[in-house]
Design a protein around this ligand. Sequence first.
Ligand code: BG6
Ligand code: MG
Length: 217
Amino acid sequence: MIKAFLFDLDGVIVDTAIYHYQAWRQMANDLGFDITEEFNEKLKGISRMESLDIILQHGHLQLSEERKNELATRKNENYLQLVSKMTPADILPGVTDFFTQLKKNNIKTALGSVSKNAGLILERIGMLNDFDAIIDGNKIAKGKPDPEVFLKGAEELEVSPAECLVFEDAVAGVEAAKAGGMKAVGIGKKEVLTKADLVFENLVGVDIRVLIDDLNR
Ligand code: BG6
Ligand code: MG
């Protein structure tokens, strides 16, 4: 029986994935190499410092911890500048209606994001009060695909993992949900999110009663 819905932020609630990509690409270009949109799939759901390591490896660069911290700080400053102009109009299609249905059906909600900027983004888009629990990058030690972020969400909502349904756009995020013993709905492409129980392009027109029935079947 599903009692709680756990949502990733970037790429599920709001399309910040594009801004992460732009900011990392800018950094890579400054360092003399490029990253593609396809490569960026590997970075979705991955923490800031781990993403940096993956990118530097791709560019065949080995840098000191100090230099890496500098680069991560600069990337984050650029990212914050890109997201500073976000408004409620940036909420992804179908999300607002979906949350209205959740409230009507008394389903608990948690945010499960590895981003340290999650609170700030929720504030910008006016959704800070829409979650019963918020687990972000400041509250966890291990990023996705480790299940920590979702297990903490379940704990705060006082439900068991088997009672949770996770919404994810990232391969690492679907893996995290599965590792935590939860069902997962992928937001994106079926060919990419192969381990998800169901995949939707977005939340437009998704009826939560039909969805829960489908998953229980
Ligand atoms: C995830 C994004 O939600 O947050 C990743 O999918 C990002 O791309 C990660 O690296 C960490 O975000 P932040 O805001 O703490 O740098
Ligand atoms: Mg995401």
